[in-house]
Design a binder for this molecule. Structure first.
Ligand code: GLU
Length: 453
C-alpha cells in the first residue's frame, strides 16, 4: 500500500509539544514506509484561523526537520466541499435543523435531569416543508446534521449500532452510534465543520492512514459512517495517547509556555524536543536520540501506551544536555560562528561536556578569549603569587597543568581543592567548568598572567 499521511492542524494558535507528537508520528510513519506526508491546514473556521499561526506552524515543523511533501489549505478547497455537500443532501444523508444553541442546551439539560442521554432527537427531520419555510421567513437559518446510520428503516427507531475498526495504537475498537447525536456538518453561517471537510480531503488526497490524538476516537466512528455514505474506502486509523502536564492537565494551544516557538527560543535542540515528544508515553525509554533517522528506527505506533502520558518540560533540559555533550564539531561549527565563537575543534571538545545548551559555549569562549574577571580571594593572594612565579616556561600545552600544579604542591604544601580551586577561580572566574588541563592551553599564557595577582 502506498502510504500517505497528513498532519492537519487548525491554525488557531501556536502548536505545542502535544501537537508535535502527532506531526512526528505521522512524519516518522511516512518516513519508514517511504510514503508521503501532507501538511494540511484545517482553516475553515475563518474567525479563529490566522495566517500568522499557519506560518508559525510551518516554521516550527521546519525547525524540527519535518519537511512536508505537499501542503494544502482547506480554505482553497471550498468548491470540492460544496460538491460533496450537494451529494449528501441529495442522498438524504444531511438534514436541516433550526434549533438555536440555547434551545439545544435547554433540551440537553432536560434530558440529563430525567436521566436520559443528552442525544439530539432528530426533531429537524420531522419538520414539513411549510414549517421550514416559516422558520426561514422568520429569519432562521438552518444548520445541517449528518444522519447517523443507527436505525433499521425508521430514523426515530434508534438501535445499538457498533462501528468497529482495528486501531494502529489501541487495537480493536467499537463505538455505539446509537448513543451519539447526529453531528452538525454545516454551521448556520454556511461554513463547514472539519468533520466533513477532513474526509473530503482524505479521499481526494489518497490518505491511507490517519494518525491523530485519542481525543478524536468518537469522531472516527462518525467519520467512518461518512466515508461509507460517500462510498469511499476509509483509511486505517491510529489514535495515540495525549500528553498532559505533570499535574495531569491537558496541553492547550492558548497556554503559550510550552509552544514549540518558546522551546526554540530557549535554545533547546530540535532533537531533544522530538525525542521527548515521540518517546514519552511509549514502552520505550525516553532518551536523547540524535537524528530523525535514528528516531524513525525507534518509533513504533504499537508501543504507544493506552493511557495519557505526563510530560515534564524539565526533562527537556537533561535530554538537551546529552545531545550537546555528544555533538560533533562539524555539526555545531556554523552555530558557534553565529554566536561569534570562531573556535576550533579542540575548544568545542573541551567545553561541550559543560554545556547544557550550545549557547552556553559563549561563557567559555569569553574565558579563553575575552576579558573576564578572575576571582581572587584575599587568603589565596600569596598562593597565587607563587603560582605566577612557577608557571612553566615555553608552550602552554596539555602537560602544563600537571607540571604547574605539581610544582605548586611541593612549594606550598597545598593539595586537593585548596590547590586547584583558587587557580580555577582566578583563571575562569568560576568554581566549576571544563577540565583545567585542557582549558589552560586555550586560555594561553597572556591571559593566565593577566588574571594572576
Ligand atoms: N484539525 C483537526 C485537529 O487539529 C485535525 C484532526 C485530524 O487529524 O483529523 O484536531
Amino acid at each position: 500500500m502506498t502510504v500517505t499521511v497528513r498532519f492537519a492542524p487548525s491554525p488557531t494558535g501556536h502548536i505545542h509539544i502535544g501537537n508535535i507528537r502527532t506531526a512526528l508520528y505521522n512524519w516518522l510513519f511516512a518516513k519508514k514506509a517511504g510514503g508521503t506526508f501532507i501538511l494540511r491546514f484545517d482553516d475553515t473556521d475563518v474567525e479563529r484561523s490566522k495566517r500568522e499561526f499557519a506560518d508559525a506552524i510551518e516554521k516550527d515543523l521546519a525547525w524540527l526537520g519535518v519537511r512536508p511533501d505537499r501542503q494544502e489549505r482547506q480554505s482553497d478547497r471550498l468548491s470540492a466541499y460544496d460538491a460533496v455537500v450537494e451529494r449528501l443532501k441529495a442522498s438524504g444523508h444531511l438534514y436541516a435543523c433550526y434549533e438555536t444553541a440555547d434551545e439545544l442546551e435547554r433540551r440537553r439539560s432536560r434530558a440529563r435531569a430525567i436521566g436520559r442521554p443528552p442525544v439530539y432527537d432528530r426533531s429537524g427531520m420531522k419538520l414539513t416543508d411549510e414549517q421550514k419555510a416559516e422558520l426561514e421567513a422568520d429569519g432562521r437559518k438552518p444548520h445541517w446534521r449528518f444522519l447517523l446510520p443507527n436505525f433499521e428503516s425508521d430514523p426515530h427507531g434508534i438501535q445499538r449500532t457498533d462501528v468497529t475498526w482495528d486501531d494502529l495504537c489501541r487495537g480493536p475498537q467499537s463505538i455505539d452510534l446509537g448513543s451519539m447525536s447526529d453531528p452538525v456538518l454545516i454551521r448556520e453561517s454556511g461554513s463547514y465543520l472539519y468533520t466533513l471537510t477532513s474526509i473530503v480531503d482524505d479521499i481526494d488526497m489518497g490518505v491511507s492512514h490517519i494518525i491523530r490524538g485519542e481525543d478524536h476516537v468518537a469522531n472516527t466512528a462518525v467519520q467512518l459512517s461518512i466515508f461509507r455514505a460517500l462510498e469511499a474506502t476509509a483509511p486505517v486509523f491510529g489514535h495515540h495517547n495525549l500528553l498532559t502536564t505533570i499535574d495531569g492537565e491537558g496541553l492547550s494551544k492558548r497556554k503559550g509556555a510550552l509552544s514549540i516557538g518558546s522551546l526554540r527560543e530557549d535554545g533547546l535542540e530540535p532533537m531533544a524536543v522530538a525525542s521527548l515528544a515521540v518517546l514519552t508515553g511509549t514502552s520505550q525509554s525516553v532518551e536523547a536520540v540524535p537524528s530523525m533517522d535514528a528516531l524513525a528506527d525507534r518509533f513504533d505506533l504499537a508501543s504507544v501506551s493506552k493511557s495519557a502520558a505526563k510530560f515534564d518540560p524539565e526533562e527537556l533540559n537533561g535530554l538537551n544536555a546529552r545531545l550537546v555533550h555528544e555533538m560533533p564539531f562539524e555539526a555545531v561549527q556554523p552555530r558557534l560562528a553565529r554566536l561569534g565563537i570562531m573556535a576550533d575543534e579542540t575548544f568545542w571538545e573541551t567545553v561541550r561536556e559543560n554545556c547544557a545548551k550550545v549557547a552556553d559555549a559563549r561563557l567559555y569562549w569569553q574565558i579563553v578569549r575575552g576579558s573576564i574577571e578572575g576571582q581572587v580571594e584575599q587568603d589565596d593572594l600569596e598562593f597565587l603569587t607563587a603560582a605566577r612565579n612557577l608557571l612553566p616556561e615555553g608552550q602552554i600545552d596539555e602537560q602544563t597543568w600537571k607540571a604547574w600544579t605539581s610544582a605548586l604542591k611541593s612549594e606550598t604544601g597545598r593539595k586537593g581543592r585548596g590547590l586547584f580551586m583558587p587557580l580555577r577561580k582566578a583563571l575562569t572566574g568560576l568554581e566549576h567548568g571544563p577540565d583545567m588541563q585542557a582549558m589552560l592551553p586555550l586560555i594561553g599564557r597572556q591571559n593566565i598572567l593577566d588574571r594572576l595577582p
